[in-house]
Design a protein around this ligand. Structure first.
Ligand code: SF4
Ligand code: SF4
Ligand code: SF4
Length: 282
């Protein structure tokens, strides 16, 4: 399946276009793991299909001079574009093999993020696989999960999220897996001042989850990884999309689409009207 992945990785490695290729491989029990290949003889292990849930952009080093070939779905491709737009990644180091993603399942169930997929093709690629019959998605679709949150009153929303945050065990898996959580020193690790208490208290849990949500506002590309790895099932996707929705409405900015566009949170205009509106709405 998708022999183009093997062929492309082999061609790029043999031509010395890249030093390594990052893709997926399937274990004998059918489970999937990310792999980094440096020897063209190993490309036979490359795979794409259900279970390829990981965002491969979580496995790259932002710095360095390694020339990396990488296989990217639409959501992962948006991550790369956002990192380039934020000035954190040198696009020249990367050769991207994209795919028009057909949507994925894990354990026989569709991934929640695929139901709201806005872009199933990486916005920037060097070569593209377009499986027969898979349509290119490039428009926002009705987000029922978000609509149900929007219908709640402000007090009900607060109660809903408070209940979710109370479950947090502060394992920081959501932070560690997120390719856009790249601060050299996370706010959780600062001790002077100490923003987040070490022990698990409801107030600190809420603070951690909210500060992370704000740090990802206008940057999260809905790759769904934080949501997938959360061991207590907090629907992080909902709060991420809620903030993404607000940023899009006020700033007309959708992250991960255009590497040339200055991200909303790095931009400032004196005539921005959002401050007053923000107090009233959402
Ligand atoms: S969110 Fe879109 S691009 Fe990402 S895995 Fe699902 S269908 Fe593919
Ligand atoms: S992955 Fe879930 S439990 Fe762990 S810190 Fe993040 S929100 Fe909390
Ligand atoms: S916050 Fe979650 S969904 Fe958004 S980019 Fe990070 S891991 Fe992906």
């Amino acid at each position: 399946m998708y022999s183009e992945i093997e062929e492309t990785a082999k061609r790029w490695l043999e031509a010395d276009k890249i030093d390594s290729f990052i893709g997926y491989s399937q274990r004998s029990d059918g489970s999937v793991k990310p792999v980094r290949i440096t020897d063209p003889a190993d490309v036979d292990n490359l795979y794409f299909g259900d279970g390829c849930v990981h965002n491969l952009m979580s496995f790259i080093k932002l710095n360095g001079d390694e020339r990396i070939g990488i296989f990217l779905k639409g959501c992962d491709g948006r991550t790369m574009v956002q990192l380039v737009a934020e000035g954190e990644l040198d696009r020249e180091r990367f050769s991207v093999l994209g795919i028009v993603c057909p949507g994925l399942e894990e354990d026989g169930k569709p991934l929640p993020k695929c139901a709201f997929c806005r872009v199933n093709t990486p916005p920037d690629y060097d070569e593209l696989i377009h499986p027969e019959g898979v349509e290119i998605k490039d428009e926002a679709i009705e987000d029922e999960e978000l609509s149900s949150i929007n219908e709640l009153t402000r007090a009900e929303r607060f109660k809903f999220f408070r209940h979710q945050f109370d479950k947090c065990i502060r394992c920081y898996a959501c932070r560690d897996v997120c390719p856009l959580c790249y601060c050299r020193e996370c706010v959780t690790e600062k001790s002077s001042p100490q923003w987040v208490e070490v022990s698990i208290k409801p107030s600190s849990n809420a603070y951690w989850n909210l500060i992370r949500a704000y740090h990802l506002a206008g940057r999260c590309v809905n790759c769904g990884e934080c949501d997938r790895v959360c061991p207590v099932g907090i629907p992080l996707r909902v709060i991420n999309r809620k903030l993404a929705n607000i940023v899009e409405n006020y700033f007309e900015y959708v992250p991960g689409m255009n590497p040339e566009l200055t991200p909303a949170m790095l931009d400032f205009r004196e005539d921005d009207e959002c401050l007053d509106h923000g107090r009233e709405g959402s």
